[in-house]
Design a protein around this ligand. Structure first.
Ligand SMILES: [Zn+2]
Ligand SMILES: [Zn+2]
Length: 253
């Protein structure tokens, strides 16, 4: 295969999976649902990794955590920060989520104490990671890599690969919308719940287990999102390894 193509594929999926891993492991399962504990030092290590891997679309574990708790509490009701039921299309829901996230980040919305209890905080770092300087800086890194690989040392006839760049810029929200829109619209259900959550894929490698969204809505504090024999949750495997290595401590059920 063409070397330029191989490098771009490695870079694209490297960014895809590393960004998604920090989102599901740190923002979602640790910060928002507190499925396991970790020391302050490890917490800071994962703050930095979250910044490095999410890059231009860094999501503050604090703000993400609070907003996501609101989603579980009010799933598909009017107070849900993102529900396909209350948005006319996918873009409208994304924009609504973005506006709410920014307002919560600037604390213009008074947080319900339930939504912020024990959320990880590292304000000085969060401020830096969420700044425009950091976001634009990461954007330039992605552009530089593509320019180098396609136009400088690589195969210029693959110029259309530049169209992948916008996905890199908004990788976090891109993953968010796959779950928050599609996993509330299409798929199958294992559990009768009050909301529209669905399991998007019978085998979810693409979204690292996040696609078993109906299972997750039914068992909000369970670190294993896979429930049936074919529903393998790759991040749960990592969680068990981290637990064995004492990087994290899984909570007893
Ligand atoms: Zn959740
Ligand atoms: Zn949901």
């Amino acid at each position: 295969m063409n070397t330029t193509l191989i490098w771009i594929i490695v870079f694209f999926f490297g960014h895809w999976y590393l960004s998604l891993f920090t989102q599901t492991f740190f923002n979602h399962r640790y910060a928002s649902h507190q499925m396991f504990n970790m020391s302050k030092t490890w917490e800071r290590v994962f703050f930095v990794l979250t910044w490095a891997f999410q890059g231009s679309s860094y999501l503050s574990p604090y703000t993400y955590g609070a907003m996501h708790r609101q989603h579980h509490m009010y799933a598909d009701q009017l107070k849900d920060p993102h529900s396909p039921r209350h948005s006319k299309n996918l873009w409208h829901m994304m924009w609504r989520t973005k506006v709410l996230y920014s307002r919560m980040w600037h604390e213009k919305i008074k947080y319900n104490p339930r939504f912020i209890k024990d959320l990880p905080q590292w304000w000085s770092f969060d401020k830096f990671a969420d700044s425009w300087g950091s976001r634009v800086g990461w954007g330039l890194v992605y552009i530089a890599f593509y320019v180098l690989m396609i136009s400088v040392i690589g195969d210029g006839s693959l110029w259309f690969l530049y169209f992948l760049l916008p996905i890199h810029f908004v990788m976090g929200p891109f993953h968010g919308v796959i779950i928050n829109w599609f996993a509330h619209k299409i798929g199958y259900v294992n559990y009768k719940v009050k909301d529209t959550s669905k399991n998007l894929f019978p085998v979810d490698i693409l979204m690292l287990g996040e696609g078993y969204h109906n299972n997750h809505h039914a068992n909000g504090s369970d670190p294993n999102f896979g429930k049936r024999w074919h529903e393998v949750d790759p991040v749960y495997v990592v969680i068990k390894v981290f637990n064995k290595l004492n990087i994290i401590q899984l909570k007893k059920k």
